[in-house]
Ligand binder design. Structure first.
Ligand code: SF4
Length: 201
């Protein structure tokens, strides 16, 4: 989608290091607003830390930030059927998590009168762009607002995220956000450490 005149685009931001990529790439084409809605992020201290970093980034860039309340119960209810499915490109847990967050973003975009919405989630290497596009388009259709389908991991989006994190002094995180994803990363690290320890003997 390429607007003739600058219109408002609502960018769903999962965290500041990922949000920096769409904000950097889209700010010339759109009037941007950012939405943070993080019922998936646990523990609460991590939720608040990520929100703080996003507030700082938006402040530096002069982009308005809107924060939607997101109690963890909303995420738990949305993913209940697939809570134990691990994070990967086609994870049903992640699909439900996307649907929750993009559904809310679409409704807010519609209420704000934005021309479209998009998400920083596609920066993540474990986030399937086709799945995000399918979920985003369905959310947009339900709310009556267009979904801007962009795969921000393309053209070295991860490298750009790293560079912008350095530029803005952003803290990066070691797991996606939910409690199961933290447990999965912790277990993976423990296995790796055990394998390295075993190899050294
Ligand atoms: S790993 Fe990330 S995308 Fe998947 S369910 Fe957890 S928070 Fe959501």
């Amino acid at each position: 989608m390429s607007p003739a005149a600058r219109q408002t685009l609502l960018v769903h931001a999962c965290c500041a290091p990922c949000a920096a990529v769409p904000l950097h790439r889209l700010r010339e084409r759109w009037d941007l607003q950012v939405l943070f809605y993080g019922p998936n992020i646990q523990p609460t201290a991590e939720h608040d830390r990520r929100l703080g970093e996003l507030e700082r980034l938006c402040g530096r860039l002069g982009v308005p930030l809107r924060v939607e309340p997101g109690p963890a119960e909303e995420w738990e209810a949305a993913v209940a059927a697939h809570r134990q499915a691990p994070e990967h490109l086609l994870s049903p847990r992640c699909r439900e998590c996307f649907a929750l967050r993009l559904g809310r973003t679409a409704r807010v975009a519609r209420a704000l009168g934005a021309a479209a919405f998009t998400t920083s989630l596609s920066v993540g290497r474990l986030k399937s762009a086709p799945v995000l596009f399918e979920v985003g388009r369905a959310a947009g259709l339900a709310a009556g607002v267009e979904f801007l389908a962009e795969d921000f991991k393309k053209a070295d989006g991860q490298g750009l995220s790293l560079a912008l994190s350095r530029l803005h002094g952003l803290t990066r995180q070691g797991y996606c956000g939910c409690a199961p994803s933290l447990a999965e990363v912790t277990a993976r690290r423990a296995r790796r450490a055990a394998a390295q320890g075993g190899g050294a003997g």
